[in-house]
Structure formats: C-alpha cells, structure tokens
Write a protein that binds this ligand. Structure first.
Ligand SMILES: Cc1cc2nc3c(=O)[nH]c(=O)nc-3n(C[C@H](O)[C@H](O)[C@H](O)COP(=O)(O)O)c2cc1C
Length: 327
C-alpha cells in the first residue's frame, strides 16, 4: 500500500480485526474453508508508526486444497472466470486461489483497514450491511441490528428469513445473490474531482472491481431515473440538505451528506447443481462443481466493500490536502 501518510499508529491488530470479518466460515452461506489469514507487516511501519514508505503486508493462505479443483482442469465453470482467462492468456491455472478467487479480497480488506485509520482521523466512518439477499429485502433500518445477526442485516426479522432461504438453497446445491449497502458518515464536503476522478466514478469502479459485483447505485440510484426533477433535487436549507437522493455526491464532489452506495452481487457461480458447459476442446459437458464454496458472497463481501470505499475516501482526502491546505 503506497501513499499512506507517516506517523499513523499501526499494528497488525488494527488489520487483523478486519481480516477476521472477511474469513470464510463466518456466517451462514459461508464456505467451510479455513483461511486463517494472519497478517504480517513486512515494511512501512517502524516502532508502531507508519513511516511513509510503501506498506507491504503478507497474508499466507494456510488452507489451500488444490485437489478440489482437479476436475476443473479441462472444463469451464459457467459464471466463473475459467472461460475468459483461457481466452485472454491461452492457458489457465485451474487450482483455485488465483486472481478470480475471492482469496484476493484479503489484500483489499487488509489495505482497507489502514485506509480506515486514515479517514478515521478526519472523522469519517464507513459501515456496510446486507440490504437484500435472495430477493428478501431489509424493510427497516436499525443500526444496532447489524451486529446482532450473522448476515449483518439492519432488520433482524428479515435476516431470519434470509438465513432460512440460504439454508434451503444450500440443500438444493444452488446459490444466491444480494445487495450490500455501504454508508460513509462524517465525510467533509469538497472531496472528489470534477472530471475523470469524480467521487462517484471512483467509488463505482472500486466496488465493480470486486468479484461478483455487477451493479453499483449511488443515493437514489436507478430509481432517480423515474423521478421528476422537483422530486429528485435535494433542497438546500440553512440547516443543510432536506433530502439525500444524491447519496452525498454532486458533480463528482462530496456535499457533506452521508455517502450512500449499493453493490449488487451475483449468486456464487460454483454450484453443486448440474449445468451445461463445454470443455477446453469445445465439446459439450455437464458440470456439477464440488469443493468448499460459499452459497452467497454476503456477508463476507461486506468488509470488502467497506475496504474499497475506505480506500477511495482516503485517496480523495489526501488529494484534497493539496487543493486547500489546512491552516
Ligand atoms: C467474498 C467473496 C466470496 C466468494 N466466494 C466464492 C466461492 O466460494 N466460489 C466461487 O465460485 N466464487 C466465489 N466468489 C465469486 C468469484 O470471485 C467471482 O464470481 C468470479 O471471479 C467471477 O467474476 P465475476 O463474478 O465478477 O464475473 C466470491 C466473491 C467474493 C467477493
């Protein structure tokens, strides 16, 4: 991780807590893989403080099981990166744990933990939760509920129904998708850039770069296309904005309101249910993917989404220091 300011208190404990939230085996719908994810800081920290040089982190994978993937050597899993990797590189390491694997999200979460400290110093807090899973949507928002159910849903009653649905789908050898919502509070107005690196553009790219994320919405999102201007505008009052359809961003720049962003996640592609595919020679095959897969990326993807948002906000906070220097 490059660009972290010097003098920030940082120890492996700061990062470990976030990694533990991403680990497989956490929550319903999780894979039984045991990625222990112990982080080691290799550089960039001296006597508990960041030095300003790049921070290297090492997170060994202590539970790989390559043999799980033997059956996939010559066949493409529908919905996964097997086919496109083969097309791009002309060869493919089928053994799992590669760049199309969620294993790479450990690095995002570790770096995000550092970014979280950077933005925390500016009073910005980022938290995410399950808005929807398998078509079941949270009907109310109670922040305290998020910590009270394994699916990190702000509506505990909806969480129960989501968990039941997950178990039923697991039994069918199938999988589910869902929607994660991330909010950033305490973000000052003025962060972002006016043209290519707009805050909303950077956030969308950051979230879309996570495996399984297929759509991003900000504020009112796609719903805003169905509103009239008089409905979608957030009126300004001396006390602040009267509503937040903008999701905290106007013209690519934060307006001081809460940033609200959603990521639509597709169902896990590796499913036990038999499906149609082809082998590397183009012959038709049937495939049932075994191994230790998640049933849904939720809730494991939540700390990953949070990490990406933290990194984008940290970048823009640091950039803003060069625009309007603090007195
Ligand atoms: C936290 C997380 C966990 C995931 N777990 C699995 C898994 O167990 N099995 C699987 O096939 N895909 C899993 N995925 C999804 C794949 O990484 C992703 O679908 C794949 O790379 C194809 O890319 P795409 O979905 O962006 O098209 C997971 C993704 C995330 C973010």
């Amino acid at each position: 991780m490059d660009g972290c300011p010097p003098g920030l208190d940082l120890s492996p404990v700061d990062i470990q807590g976030e990694l533990d939230r991403r680990r497989p085996g956490v929550g319903p719908g999780a894979s039984p893989r045991k990625e222990e994810d112990r982080v080691e800081i290799l550089s960039g920290v001296f006597e508990g403080k960041t030095t300003g040089i790049p921070i290297s982190l090492l997170i060994p994978n202590r539970d790989p099981k390559s043999s799980d993937y033997d059956r996939l050597r010559d066949v493409f899993r529908p919905g996964h990166g097997d086919f496109t990797y083969q097309k791009k590189y002309g060869l493919r390491d089928h053994r799992g744990g590669g760049r199309a694997s969620a294993r790479e999200t450990a690095a995002r979460v570790a770096a995000g933990a550092i970014a979280r400290k950077v933005i925390g110093e500016a009073g910005v807090e980022v938290f995410g939760y399950t808005l929807e899973l398998g078509g079941i949507r949270a009907e109310r928002f109670r922040r305290e509920d998020i910590r009270m159910n394994a699916l990190l849903c702000p509506d505990s009653r909806a969480a129960e129904r989501m968990a039941e649905r997950l178990e039923a789908i697991r039994a069918e050898g199938d999988s589910l998708g869902g929607v994660v919502e991330v909010r950033a509070t305490g973000c000052p107005a003025g962060l972002g850039e006016p043209v290519f690196d707009k805050m909303d553009a950077d956030l969308a790219k950051a979230l879309m770069s996570i495996g399984s994320v297929k759509g991003v919405e900000i504020g009112a999102g796609f719903q805003i296309a169905r509103m009239k201007g008089s409905e979608s505008n957030d009126p300004l009052t001396p006390e602040g904005f009267r509503s937040n359809h903008a999701g905290g961003i106007l013209a690519g720049i934060t307006n001081g309101e809460e940033i609200v962003i959603r990521a639509a996640c597709k169902p896990i592609s590796s499913i036990g249910k038999e499906q149609e595919t082809i082998d590397t020679h183009g012959n038709p095959r049937r495939i049932s993917v075994g191994g230790r897969h998640d049933v849904c990326v939720i809730p494991r993807i939540i700390p990953v989404c949070e990490a990406m948002v933290c990194m984008v906000l940290a970048d823009h906070l640091l950039r803003q220091d060069g625009v309007r220097r603090k007195a």
